[in-house]
Design a protein around this ligand. Structure first.
Ligand SMILES: Cc1cc2nc3c(=O)[nH]c(=O)nc-3n(C[C@H](O)[C@H](O)[C@H](O)COP(=O)(O)O)c2cc1C
Length: 168
């Protein structure tokens, strides 16, 4: 039986959407049916066996759309295999070591009994709107720190775990 996966993402500047699409593409490469959708557009998760929630980090918190997704679909998510990722530090720390979920993410993950979480490096580049974003860029702290190999590798691990007989 083909597993169906949703990669629901919460983004402000678009880079988490690209990470989500990479996760979905990798899951498809591994034989799952997978689509990436904005978390705010998810009306139900009934059609999916696997749900991956990806959220941008802002001021130490998970994005509001990701927190809302969990709040609205908590019971249904509990009955599914859920993984999550956060993005992400604007330096190489996420590639160098495991970064645990921020408290708001931890609470969301506990609510749905998530099987795993990873933090990926983020991206902030000229053109990003918002006073704080421009401040970060003006301080020279922008850049693209996404580690595509790590993203694809994590997605392959999810596919393997989701397909394992004991998780069916
Ligand atoms: C105002 C602001 C606050 C941020 N706060 C954090 C943070 O607390 N922790 C973190 O790791 N990254 C933080 N970042 C970096 C973003 O998480 C990173 O740019 C991410 O890739 C943005 O994702 P998006 O393009 O999907 O919105 C912040 C960026 C901005 C602009």
């Amino acid at each position: 039986m083909t597993l169906h996966a949703l990669v629901a993402y919460a983004t402000t500047h678009g880079s988490t959407a690209e990470l989500a699409r990479c996760v979905a593409r990798t899951l498809r490469d591994q034989g799952l049916e997978a689509e990436a959708l904005p978390a705010a557009q998810v009306t139900d998760v009934d059609a999916y066996d696997v749900v991956v929630i990806g959220s941008a980090l802002s001021l130490g918190r998970w994005h509001r759309d990701a927190r809302r997704l969990v709040r609205r679909h908590r019971e249904a998510l509990r009955r599914r295999a859920v993984w999550a990722f956060s993005s992400g530090p604007l330096d190489s720390t996420a590639s160098d070591r495991d970064i645990p979920p921020v408290p708001s993410a931890r609470r969301a993950l506990d609510k749905v009994h998530a099987r795993g979480h990873v933090t990926f490096g983020g991206r902030l580049e000229p053109g990003a709107t918002g006073r704080l974003a421009r401040m970060i860029l003006d301080e020279g702290r922008g850049g693209d720190f996404r580690d595509w190999d790590a993203v694809a590798s994590w997605a392959r691990d999810i596919a393997a775990e989701a397909e394992a007989p004991e998780s069916a």
